[in-house]
Design a protein around this ligand. Structure first.
Ligand SMILES: Cc1cc2nc3c(=O)[nH]c(=O)nc-3n(C[C@H](O)[C@H](O)[C@H](O)COP(=O)(O)OP(=O)(O)OC[C@H]3O[C@@H](n4cnc5c(N)ncnc54)[C@H](O)[C@@H]3O)c2cc1C
Length: 425
């Protein structure tokens, strides 16, 4: 029982970190689609923003993106492209690229608090089904950027007000017919259009930091995980990518601090193992990704001419990347099918994906509950880990089977209409 709980916790954390022939069903419109005049602004050049830009371009629009950073934020741990999002990737013609970037873990190691290392074949800690693709966020980002091609991106700026015009912190106001918030969990557009975010955010008090590391564990297509005293440490390496993640639980709101690195260092100063080395690498990294686990639950994702997509609308760990890609595809489809009439488009968008999203969020929430309630009592854990070592396959299969099945069913919970676009080479 205890081991079940322990593995569930580890699985939940892994999920949080994560998300025919290669080109069949490619759905392409450019060249055929009439150039459309509707002016659209996307806030955020992340996974949702880029996927939306791609599909809007395919459908004849010329979107503009505003990104608050002075550069594209490409890094991150591995994320999952699952279920219906795989179909979206196929229609984008990027499926083979994703397969090429598949992290494809060959082994996973669990390190117990007494520093014993237990090694297992494959990705025992993920909920990946056979068809899922786990890819480093950097690779996914590169693949999406390449697919989007040319697009106007305004860097280092942010929207400050949306009225008849869109106002920016630095740039002069501009006119846009539609404004789409793809600016992540703490969306700026959501605040501007829907007000105080506390109404929508469900927080779980788990804070994490992801950063690139030297491959100190000598990993190759493998991952190592350490869990003790409510602290979680993971690292993986695949090809050129080698990243680490540190996570801890605390009810204190840490994200707003200017001293996040210090907070993480303090939290982990009683953990030995290889943690001091990782902390030192975190401290010298200039683009760490800090976040907390939270969900966004909103009764509506649209208001007037504003719509939200991706984490801004419905963040959910383990499915965030996939929901973003599917949501972006559906939103672009509805905008085009309604000929730019956003009232019709937005209503259909909400209706099309609401159940799909809520099911994914409910599943993620179950995993968070396990995480929040789990304890790391080490003696029991070691006994159970011993059992796992003796009967590793059966034990792991038993524990992961249900998780995989649930994930597969949720990730495939939306069937897209047949691809309709003009097929081109
Ligand atoms: C650098 C980075 C690393 C990440 N690493 C991981 C990871 O290791 N594991 C994981 O599970 N998830 C990670 N994520 C989150 C993951 O990408 C998303 O949960 C998921 O892919 C959904 O994508 P999204 O486009 O909705 O949000 P995101 O991918 O978070 O993209 C949001 C984009 O909006 C931009 N933005 C934010 N505020 C503003 C603003 N005011 N104005 C304009 N632009 C704004 C951000 O800079 C970012 O480019 C990471 C996100 C980022 C940005």
């Amino acid at each position: 029982m205890f081991l079940k709980k322990f593995l569930a916790i580890v699985l939940a954390l892994m999920l949080i970190l994560s998300a025919g022939s290669a080109n069949e069903n490619v759905e392409r419109y450019n060249g055929e689609a009439k150039v459309k005049e509707t002016k659209m602004l996307i806030s955020g050049a992340g996974i949702a923003g880029l996927t939306l830009a791609y599909w809007l371009k395919q459908r004849g629009y010329t979107p503009t993106i505003v990104e608050k950073y002075p550069y594209l934020r490409e890094g991150g741990y591995k994320v999952d492209v699952r279920g219906t999002a795989i179909e979206v990737a196929k229609r984008m013609g990027i499926y083979q690229d994703l397969l090429d970037g598949n992290v494809n873990l060959k082994s996973s190691k669990i390190v117990t608090p007494n520093l014993k290392v237990h090694e297992f074949d494959g990705d025992v800690l993920g909920h990946c089904s056979d068809d899922d693709i786990e890819v480093n966020r950097f690779d996914l980002f590169q693949i999406l950027s390449k697919a989007v091609g040319e697009v106007e991106i305004i860097y280092d700026d942010t929207i400050t007000k949306i009225d008849e015009m869109v106002h920016f912190e630095k740039m002069e106001p501009r006119e846009f017919d539609l404004v789409i918030g793809a600016d992540g969990l703490y969306s700026n557009v959501r605040k501007l259009a829907f007000g105080d975010e506390s109404k929508f955010l469900r927080k779980y008090g788990i804070h994490f930091c992801v950063f690139p590391v030297n491959n100190i564990f000598d990993l190759e297509h493998s991952e190592i995980v350490y869990f003790d005293k409510g602290k979680f440490v993971a690292a993986y390496a695949a090809g050129v990518h080698s990243y680490a993640c540190l996570a801890f639980k605390s009810e204190e709101e840490t994200l707003s601090s200017d001293h996040l690195k210090d907070i993480f260092e303090k939290q982990f100063n009683d953990i030995n193992w290889e943690v001091p080395q990782l902390i030192s690498q975190m401290k010298s990294c200039d683009d760490c990704y800090f976040n907390s686990i939270a969900q966004v639950r909103m009764p509506k994702w649209t208001s007037g001419r504003v719509a939200l997509v991706g984490d801004a609308a419905h963040a959910a760990s383990a499915m965030g990347t996939s929901l973003s890609m599917v949501g972006a595809y559906v939103l672009a489809r509805e905008i085009e099918q309604a000929n730019g009439d956003f009232n019709i488009a937005y209503e259909r968008y909400e209706k099309s994906i609401r159940d799909f999203v809520v099911n994914a969020q409910d599943l993620a929430e179950d995993n968070h509950q396990l995480l929040a309630n789990g304890d790391g009592s080490s003696i029991k854990m070691q006994i159970q880990l011993f059992l796992m070592r003796v009967f590793p396959k059966k034990f792991i299969q038993f524990i992961t089977k249900r998780g995989r099945e649930q994930m597969r069913s949720v990730a495939n919970g939306l069937t897209l209409e047949p691809a309709k676009g003009v097929l081109k080479e």
